[in-house]
Ligand binder design. Structure first.
Ligand SMILES: [Mg+2]
Length: 178
């Protein structure tokens, strides 16, 4: 279970403490797309998220999208945001995160993974020793297989609270959704 524990849980990308990341010498973000920056399957990214990526870049971070979505979807958003992307990433496999780090020219201690899923984003990042940030999914609309995984995620997060790995306050961020 250790590899499933996120370093931090945030309500959304907007709640990520960028100064705290800087203090940890993190200067790059490997960011998931679906349900992290865009509601799952939606073709457009809301302006607030585009602005967030811009702000992150202005603060001196390098950003790369790392998404299990098909390449054209990942590349469309990458073009919109003017950042690189690794599409069809097959997370939690390490390959895509390694590619993302290579594109940013940064190592595992210098980046953070940002995503909404324990089994892909958090597990994949932790396996490579990357700082992991779990956020609340933007939408409950997702693949049936993901819906099943969500129930398991909830149970695991509950267990993490019991064992003291994460705070109840943090786990609560995940409550109130199906
Ligand atoms: Mg996602």
């Amino acid at each position: 279970m250790k590899k499933l524990i996120p370093d931090v849980i945030c309500e959304s990308v907007f709640a990520i403490d960028l100064d705290k990341l800087k203090k940890r010498d993190i200067s790059g973000l490997l960011v998931d797309i679906d349900n992290t920056l865009v509601p799952w399957g939606e073709p457009e990214m809301e302006g607030a998220f585009v602005a967030w990526v811009k702000e992150v870049k202005q603060k001196g971070f390098k950003v790369c999208l790392v998404s299990n979505a098909k390449k054209p979807r990942a590349e469309n958003f990458a073009t919109l945001l003017d950042i690189p992307a690794v599409g069809l990433a097959l997370k939690p496999l390490g390959r895509a995160f390694r590619r993302g780090m290579a594109l940013l020219n940064l190592g595992p201690r210098e980046v953070a993974v940002v995503g909404d899923q324990l089994f892909t984003d958090v597990f994949g990042g932790n396996r490579l020793g990357i700082y992991t940030i779990l956020i609340n999914p933007l939408s409950t609309n997702e693949l049936d297989s993901t819906k099943i995984l969500r129930r398991i995620e909830q149970r695991i997060l509950g267990k993490m609270v019991k064992l003291g790995h994460i705070s109840a306050k943090h786990a609560q961020i995940r409550q109130g959704r199906e």
